[in-house]
Design a protein around this ligand. Structure first.
Ligand SMILES: *[C@@H]1O[C@H](CO)[C@@H](O)[C@H](O)[C@H]1NC(C)=O
Ligand SMILES: *[C@@H]1O[C@H](CO)[C@@H](O)[C@H](O)[C@H]1NC(C)=O
Ligand SMILES: *[C@@H]1O[C@H](CO)[C@@H](O)[C@H](O)[C@H]1NC(C)=O
Ligand SMILES: *[C@@H]1O[C@H](CO)[C@@H](O)[C@H](O)[C@H]1NC(C)=O
Ligand SMILES: *[C@@H]1O[C@H](CO)[C@@H](O)[C@H](O)[C@H]1NC(C)=O
Ligand SMILES: *[C@@H]1O[C@H](CO)[C@@H](O)[C@H](O)[C@H]1NC(C)=O
Length: 455
């Protein structure tokens, strides 16, 4: 055979084997592809774990984690290097009793090495996060309660593939974001609000405004109802998170609180093919026996819960139309080595709180929180894919963040970005492929109860 004929044959074979052509983000084509394949979106927001903590031991190429690109080290004491340092290492505990600091000032010292960094210097780029303060802050909070070795293990160590078989299987079978951040470097409810509304409306703590449904802003729940789309917010009756639809004044004022229902109904709705267009699940939190992976809840109990949700969706008659987004609310004070990027303010509100050294810190909501695990799970995404950064509508390459969900759902259900933060976010509709997979795993492996439940 003539060499050029052989070359032609080879390139023909390569084209036939190639994965479907990648879509361009924000394009008419990727949006119409999304709309034609995805009819049901399921969002499960777990609690308080960083990317390096939960996915630190994953071997899938493309993930920047302690196993593949570490180890990463933190000094025991930021101001006294003679005390030595602690580094990332495999094998964490099934639970952590000393809940790491994840208040805004806790994130400040973990990222910037001080409780009150200069917002101007951060915005200007002259103060850069180094993510070196995780061990120090855990020692400061708990040195009277546990020994040094245990404390740094709690924040610096990561889970191996064997310790988290459910997540490992999901990473190997679906799509994992390498650069996905929470929206706010602070607590759970502000982050959950940012995910469903694009702003926490100036809230920086889990204050009573959330439980008293005082938030005034447009949420995904109101948006869907007003455009004749359906949603249900399933809530674990053991409580501890959300219900996130319940943060909003509209939900009660418009008598839509009947769409907040007990979790048990999710399993019957999935089996019967009765899932709404948006399924939003609140896990239980935060002690032993709860399912969100929040300390001191067990990692293995969180894994069992994720498996039960996946297995129900995979067995549902609606599976072929489903996109399951598995994410976390925030990084929970656990070490991650990737600094949080700057991001536009959603509104002109600020939040002020007193830090442990007595100074006030005012946060302008102008940067993202820690890097967290987020996966897309669907017959319409590639197998074992790792997505790096995204592209926003302005053409900039940016890290994905919690508001990427609203940016993408706006394409699916025809609504404009709720806030400038959502407008800025990278969308991910282009990661939905044009070809449905027939090889998706039917049942995930059982969660592994750790042999030693040391906390
Ligand atoms: C860190 O070192 C400084 C300076 O030696 C000391 O004042 C401080 O107490 C140390 N912090 C902790 C948490 O040990
Ligand atoms: C720290 O405490 C654990 C028990 O939680 C114990 O097994 C370990 O030996 C202790 N380490 C040191 C250095 O004291
Ligand atoms: C949130 O709602 C309040 C009250 O309606 C409004 O003043 C504010 O502009 C809203 N925020 C955003 C970002 O839309
Ligand atoms: C929603 O349905 C109602 C009642 O059928 C209709 O009047 C309204 O125009 C619809 N709204 C949208 C945005 O489709
Ligand atoms: C709306 O929020 C206000 C406080 O801002 C509260 O007094 C009122 O009861 C809320 N309305 C509903 C229906 O929840
Ligand atoms: C925020 O403040 C700026 C400057 O004062 C103003 O131009 C802008 O309209 C405000 N944005 C919002 C959402 O209120």
């Amino acid at each position: 055979m003539h060499p050029s004929a052989l070359l032609g044959l080879l390139s023909f074979a390569a084209a036939a084997l190639a994965v479907p052509t990648a879509q361009t983000p924000h394009s008419t084509r990727s949006i119409s592809n999304l709309k034609s394949h995805i009819k049901n979106v399921v969002i499960l927001v777990m609690e308080n774990r960083s990317f390096d903590n939960i996915l630190g031991g994953q071997t899938t190429p493309g993930l920047e984690n302690p196993l593949q690109t570490g180890p990463f080290c933190n000094p025991f004491n930021l101001t006294d290097p003679s005390e030595g340092e602690a580094c990332t290492a495999p094998k964490s505990f099934d639970s952590v009793i000393n809940d790491p600091d994840h208040a805004i000032y806790g994130n400040n010292i973990q990222f910037y090495g001080e409780f009150v960094p200069s917002n101007e210097d951060i915005a200007r780029g002259s103060l850069k996060a180094t993510n070196k303060g995780f061990a120090h802050e855990q020692m400061r909070l708990y040195e009277d309660e546990a020994n040094k070795t245990d404390l740094v293990t709690q924040v610096m160590h990561y889970y191996t593939e064997d310790q988290v078989p459910v997540l490992t299987s999901l990473v190997k079978n679906y799509l994992t974001f390498n650069h996905w951040h929470s929206d706010i470097p602070g607590n759970t409810n502000p982050n959950r609000a940012a995910l469903v509304a694009g702003t926490s409306h100036g809230h920086g703590l889990n204050d009573n405004g959330f439980n008293n449904h005082e938030l005034p802003n447009l949420s995904i729940f109101q948006q869907l109802t007003q455009t004749n789309h359906t949603w249900l917010n399933y809530v674990d009756p053991a409580g501890g998170t959300g219900p996130d639809a319940g943060f909003y004044n509209w939900t009660y004022a418009s008598n839509n609180d009947d769409k907040i229902v007990p979790l048990a109904q999710f399993y019957t709705d999935a089996a019967a093919g009765n899932l709404a267009e948006l399924t939003y699940i609140n896990p239980s939190c935060c002690g032993v026996g709860t399912t969100s992976m929040h300390p001191s809840g067990l990692i293995s109990d969180g894994e069992s819960f994720i498996k039960s949700v996946y297995d129900a969706l995979r067995g549902s008659p609606q599976w072929d139309d489903t996109l399951f987004i598995l994410t976390f609310d925030e990084s929970g004070g656990f070490h991650d080595h990737v600094p949080a990027p700057l991001a536009p303010r959603p509104d002109n509100l600020t939040f002020t709180l007193e830090t442990p050294n007595g100074q006030d810190y005012t946060f302008p909501f102008d940067r993202l929180g820690g890097r967290i695990p987020t996966l897309l799970i669907s017959p319409w995404v590639g197998k074992g894919v790792v997505e790096q950064k995204g592209v926003n509508a302005g053409g900039e390459t940016v890290s994905y963040s919690a508001t990427s969900i609203l940016r993408t759902l706006g394409y699916l259900w025809d609504f404009e970005p709720f806030t400038p933060r959502v407008e800025w976010a990278a969308s991910f509709e282009h990661l939905i492929r044009g070809v449905k997979r027939e090889d998706t795993i039917e049942v995930l492996p059982e969660a592994e109860a750790f042999k030693s439940v040391r906390v």
